[in-house]
Write a protein that binds this ligand. Structure first.
Ligand code: ADP
Ligand code: MG
Length: 263
């Protein structure tokens, strides 16, 4: 019988995955878009996904919250597992989707509603918060993204960077466990992109679990702990950010990173 038990820090017990994809395939007809994608993300981790256009990054994100149904494979998120091709109880789907907030390249705010109402609406409809409660949550979040003074404005009166920060506040208002970002700054002028990246960096520092598809190589290297490189529907390389970004091991990742850096 062993007399000593190693402390957890020594045995390097893996943190349980909050997001796990197993053997995800996605095809549109003959066109294979995701080819055996596997990944695990622990609570509090920040992962960047980079790779050439058309490599399947957006499709991958959309499979995580089941906006897109994988052709085969398994998605596990916040304790709910959904297996492609098997019927999923509706309450499981609802629970899984509620655990995920998503921010797109285009902000998709309602133009006819004030900034405050944009953030309140889904809280009232899907979470059953009262108007007063939703407004109080929304105001706190607007403060957090530096836009409390815009509450009564319409989105059209806000810059692109401000609109994207509002879209982030709107997603956060639903108390997600994971935030997915699909190229959140690529529609923005560089300076406006920076204010969005600053908000995302704060979220990451605050412990939010995030998957970020991005062309912002500094963000990928500095903010995310792990970087995943996709090409042709496959993960061609993944690892600690500094390693992947500075010293990629695969030819495909090297080629992509040198193309991006030499632009
Ligand atoms: P990325 O985000 O890396 O640019 P996408 O995930 O958007 O890549 O697309 C990957 C591939 O899947 C592309 O070849 C794209 O044309 C194709 N694709 C994406 N969505 C659909 C769809 N709804 N129907 C058919 N093909 C699609
Ligand atoms: Mg995309």
């Amino acid at each position: 019988m062993s007399a000593t038990v190693a402390p957890a820090s020594v045995t390097s017990v893996a943190r349980p995955a909050l997001v796990q994809l197993d053997a995800i395939h996605k095809s549109y007809g003959e066109h294979v878009v995701l080819d055996d994608v596997n990944l695990k993300l622990a609570a509090g981790e920040v992962m960047a996904i980079i790779g050439p256009s058309g490599s399947g990054k957006s499709t991958l994100l959309r499979c995580v919250n089941l906006l897109e149904q994988p052709t085969s494979g398994r998605v596990t998120l916040a304790g709910v597992t959904v297996e492609a091709g098997k019927p999923t109880p509706r309450k499981d789907l609802v629970q899984l989707r509620r655990a995920v907030g998503m921010v797109f390249q285009s902000f998709n705010l309602f133009p006819h509603l004030s900034v405050l109402r944009n953030i309140c609406l889904a809280q009232e409809r899907t979470m059953g918060r009262s108007r007063a409660e939703a407004e109080s949550v929304s105001m706190q979040l607007l403060k957090r993204v530096g836009l409390a003074d815009k509450a009564e404005q319409y989105p059209a009166r806000c810059s692109g960077g401000q609109q994207q920060r509002i879209a982030i506040a709107r997603a956060l208002a639903l108390d997600p466990q994971v935030m997915l970002f699909d190229e959140p700054t690529s529609a923005l002028d560089p300076e406006l992109g920076l204010e969005v990246l600053a908000v995302m960096r704060e979220l990451a520092d605050g412990g939010m679990t995030m998957i970020v598809v991005t062309h912002e190589m500094h963000f990928a290297e500095d903010v995310s702990e792990r970087v995943l490189v996709m090409a042709d529907g496959k993960i061609v390389e993944q690892g600690p950010s500094a390693m992947v970004m500075r010293d990629p091991q695969t030819e495909r990742a090297k080629r992509f990173l040198s193309a991006v850096k030499n632009r």
